[in-house]
Write a protein that binds this ligand. Structure first.
Ligand code: FAD
Length: 293
């Protein structure tokens, strides 16, 4: 890409526009995922929706393919060339306690939204990792910790601001653009770059939760036992299970290091007393691994 193209783009963006090797380029390219090396020709670290529109308009006119990333917690293949839009600078959060809703810009992570909502006794339908992006997680359906009692996060989306492939900024809701609204929820960046999203929050004033870990080799019947247990507990007892292959790395707590581990996650909105009683059968299923003191 010619220097004049960078200058053209930089003049239209508030956030930095970076060429390969420029200071800050490494952090924008990689994010938290060091396993995948993207090598875009240019990075637009968008600070506002207008930067995203300028980047997409530029790409539509001059040809480079466009990708968008926030935290890099999603799986991806290494990109060679093209224009990468990063959104981490777009960090606006607004909670409306009367409507029980929130508006977040594209770069917001759940850990930024949860404390703002909690001030009002509300919570977003967040997944198991607070450091993933709210917008991307929700565009992918958003299977939350509170799924059993509250359903999918995507079902609470009220409206989205999106830049489509023609560079237009559109306000998309079930009333204004029902097809695009439906396509974005599940289609993610196949239909545009979402610059902001408004969605409903749920009332949560207490939570009894955490995780139970089991060595997969030592607990062969865990999955069946867990599935049976879920049929015995009320809908307020939200849970999920994941099989995690932990690397043999000193950063991983010793009991999990190099092991395949069942992780049972609990999020119960009833009392701690009831939560303790309901979880007891899982505690008895063993042997369990204890990552901390
Ligand atoms: C430890 C861990 C736990 C998880 N737990 C859950 C869970 O409980 N429930 C659940 O539902 N998911 C869960 N996920 C999956 C996670 O929600 C997705 O990987 C999500 O896409 C991550 O979004 P990101 O913005 O953080 O990551 P990124 O890698 O930056 O983005 C992922 C993809 O989303 C798209 N995208 C990003 N920003 C935009 C945008 N503004 N507009 C349009 N498309 C965009 C792009 O295709 C991008 O490649 C988990 C992931 C991890 C790593």
């Amino acid at each position: 890409m010619e220097r004049e193209d960078f200058d053209f783009l930089a003049a239209r963006c508030e956030g930095p526009v970076l060429s390969p090797g420029e200071e800050g380029d490494d952090e924008e390219r990689t994010g938290c995922n060091l396993a995948v090396r993207h090598r875009p020709e240019v990075i637009v670290s968008a600070a506002r929706a207008e930067d995203v529109a300028a980047a997409v308009t530029f790409a539509a006119a001059r040809g480079p393919p466009v990708a968008v990333r926030n935290t890099r917690h999603g799986f991806s293949v290494p990109a060679e060339g093209g224009l990468l839009v990063t959104t981490r600078r777009m960090s606006r959060v607004r909670v409306d306690p009367h409507r029980r809703s929130a508006y977040v810009a594209a770069g917001v992570r759940f850990e930024q939204l949860i404390p703002e909502a909690a001030r009002h006794g509300l919570a977003p339908l967040s997944g198991s990792a607070p450091h993933v992006g709210v917008v991307s997680c929700t565009l992918g359906g958003g299977l939350p910790l509170l799924a059993r009692s509250h359903g999918w996060a995507a079902d609470r989306v009220l409206a989205m601001d999106v830049v489509t492939a023609d560079g237009e900024q559109r306000h998309v809701s079930p009333q204004t653009e029902p097809d695009l609204y439906g396509a974005l929820l599940g289609g993610r960046d196949n239909f545009g770059i979402v610059t902001g999203m408004e969605f409903g929050l749920v009332p949560v004033v207490r939570l009894y939760g955490g995780g139970l870990f089991y060595d997969a080799e030592q607990a062969p019947g865990l999955l069946e036992a867990y599935a049976g247990w879920t049929t015995t507990v009320p809908d307020e007892m939200n849970s999920s299970v994941a099989l995690i292959p932990f690397p043999d790395d000193p950063q991983v707590p010793e009991p999990m290091r190099g092991r395949r581990v069942w992780h049972v996650r609990i999020a119960f909105t009833g009392s701690a007393e009831d939560g303790t009683r309901l979880v007891e059968p899982l505690r008895r299923f063993g042997p369990r691994l204890r990552p901390g003191p």
